[in-house]
Design a protein around this ligand. Sequence first.
Ligand code: PLP
Length: 226
Amino acid sequence: MYIHENLKEVQLKIAEAAMKSHRLGEEVELLVVSKTFDADRVREVVEAGQRLFGENRVQEMLAKVPLLPDSLRWHLIGHLQSNKVRKVLPVVEALHGIDSVAIARDVQRIAGELGLFPKVYLEVNVAGEASKFGFTPEGVEAELEELLELDRIELVGLMCVPPVGREAEDSRRYFVKLRELRDRLELRGGVKLPGLSMGMSGDYAVAVEEGATVVRVGSAIFGRRG
Ligand SMILES: *Cc1c(COP(=O)(O)O)cnc(C)c1O
């Protein structure tokens, strides 16, 4: 039952980090990242009451979802290719890896055809890493108006994956950067972007202190991926 204990510990640390930064624990949702773990492992987390899960690959997600209860909520947290949009939209509540206007337009068109209204987080490449997907901070500012015209998408906020650091504190400045970018977009665009999807197993407590509304945690719950 180590998975149940890990889940409890993560929930507790989220609550502590929220308290430390004068936030309410309920403002932060734990998204359990189940990539690479099979449906039996996921079921253990479900038995402990968890409902929100994330996968980064469409194929793996589509194979896993039918094996688990209908009551679960699924988010795609990875990069989305245009040829996968039609398959993934009926399964997910939200997309965290929307990283270009082109893919946002594909989601808009197909969501319209399917009668869906997905929530979207725009992925921002906060450290300008060549190896990572994501809008540049300047890019999101420049494209915001165009993105807001996509009426089949509910733009809820921003998402980032900072560079792998040696310690959790290394991520803090990137989380601050994402939050400040969000504040600027809200001011300039006259919109509400309440969602900040940031923080993983190594740094979710710091992310909560800096305003995360969703933390995406996998290995701290399931153990290391093989
Ligand atoms: C795998 C993954 C996570 C979870 O990583 P852990 O370190 O296992 O918590 C979070 N976000 C994204 C985008 C991922 O691909």
